[in-house]
Design a protein around this ligand. Structure first.
Ligand code: TYM
Length: 331
């Protein structure tokens, strides 16, 4: 059976981008593959969270994984820092990751632009740690959103380079995966780019947002003055709203608003109301489970311990073999 690995940074609440880009696939894949889903708390250290925030955020993601439908009996759910072999593999992989290629990574360049005061080495080698996350279980499929595609390419580069350096056929090639043919990029509500946490509170709809918060955010989404000629192309901020409808609403709803737009009869208020209601319907069952699971400390402890144990076993097997390949041998 093929092995699947994916993770989400522990930087707080999850949004619909995380859900439709990644978690929805996790939930489906757990029935068909050998799955490892983790909470990337080591990655989150690049932004220097306080110890209390770090712990709270790890718990939040764990709770939301479970609330979204990941079954700890089917998939292995674990916290990255519970598996120290990942950090060890990261160290080995760092030896054949080159400065030039790391500096060329789009996400690194974005981070440098956004936070010029905190360009730390962890940020530069972020894709190496990500490769270690994947290679440690020798995974071949990685369910992620479109924004992670370049990181997957780097994971393949690092794995292949290791194989070549030591003349082995050890690490398989991991590929980004989505059940639909294409990787997805869920847009945000600000009319610009993707839905994301760092793009501001109002840009993202969180799985834990109550209905009234979702409605308020959607009604405030950026729109324009409306189409003036029939069948005209949609500007980015309007296309974003249609892309969101495509994800949460029915095909008929999408067609309905598309036809109105093409006839210049669209009322954005109606579209937003429908979009908000369909988002409420999508998020409500998850939000209810979030509230229930968050208060169940013994269950969370049990899940985290079980996952740590299972992930550790798999990682230890790999790291023992890697040490042998590299030449760390017992006397
Ligand atoms: P992160 O925490 O930023 O996002 C988690 C997952 O959600 C997806 N995602 C989106 N998909 C579509 N549209 C969006 N607007 C959107 N926003 C987020 C991301 O593509 C991702 O799949 N580096 C990773 C975490 C990570 C990882 C790994 C993933 C660490 N190690 C190993 C896979 C394998 C990250 O920061 O994702």
């Amino acid at each position: 059976m093929e092995t699947v690995v994916s993770g989400i940074r522990s930087t707080g609440k999850l949004h619909l981008g995380n859900y439709y880009g990644a978690i929805q696939n996790f939930v489906k894949m757990q029935h068909e593959y050998n799955c490892y889903f983790f909470i990337a708390d080591l990655h989150s250290l690049t932004t220097h969270p306080t110890p209390a925030d770090l712990h709270g955020n790890v718990k939040q993601v764990l709770v939301e994984y479970l609330a979204a439908g990941i079954d700890p009996e089917k998939a292995t759910i674990y916290i990255q820092s519970d598996v120290p072999e990942i950090a060890e593999l990261y160290l080995y992989m760092n030896m054949n990751a080159y400065l030039g290629e790391l500096e060329r990574s789009t996400s690194f360049k974005d981070k440098v632009r956004a936070h010029p005061d905190n360009v730390n080495a962890g940020l530069l080698t972020y894709p190496v740690l990500m490769a270690a996350d994947i290679l440690i279980h020798k995974a071949t499929k990685v369910p992620v959103g479109k924004d992670q595609e370049q990181h997957l390419e780097m994971a393949r580069t690092f794995g292949n380079r290791f194989n070549r350096l030591y003349n082995v056929d050890y690490f398989p090639e991991p590929y980004a995966f989505n059940f639909s043919a294409n990787l997805v990029k869920i847009p945000g509500l600000d009319g610009k780019g993707k839905m994301g946490k760092s793009e501001g509170e109002a840009n993202a709809v969180y799985l834990s947002d109550p209905p009234e918060v979702i409605r308020k955010k959607v009604m405030r989404a950026v729109t324009d003055g409306g189409p003036t000629t029939e069948n005209q192309e949609k500007p980015a901020e309007i296309q974003n709203l249609f892309d969101l409808l495509k994800v949460v609403s029915s095909a008929e709803t999408l067609q309905h608003f598309d036809a109105l737009y093409n006839k210049c009869q669209i009322r954005y208020g109606d579209l937003k109301k429908q979009l908000a209601e369909d988002m409420v319907i999508a998020a409500a069952p998850i939000r209810e489970r979030i509230e229930a699971i968050a208060n169940d400390a013994p269950y969370l402890r049990k899940v985290a311990n079980l996952g740590a144990e299972k992930a550790h076993q798999s990682a230890l097997k790999t790291i023992k073999e890697v040490r042998e390949i590299v030449g760390f041998r017992k006397f």
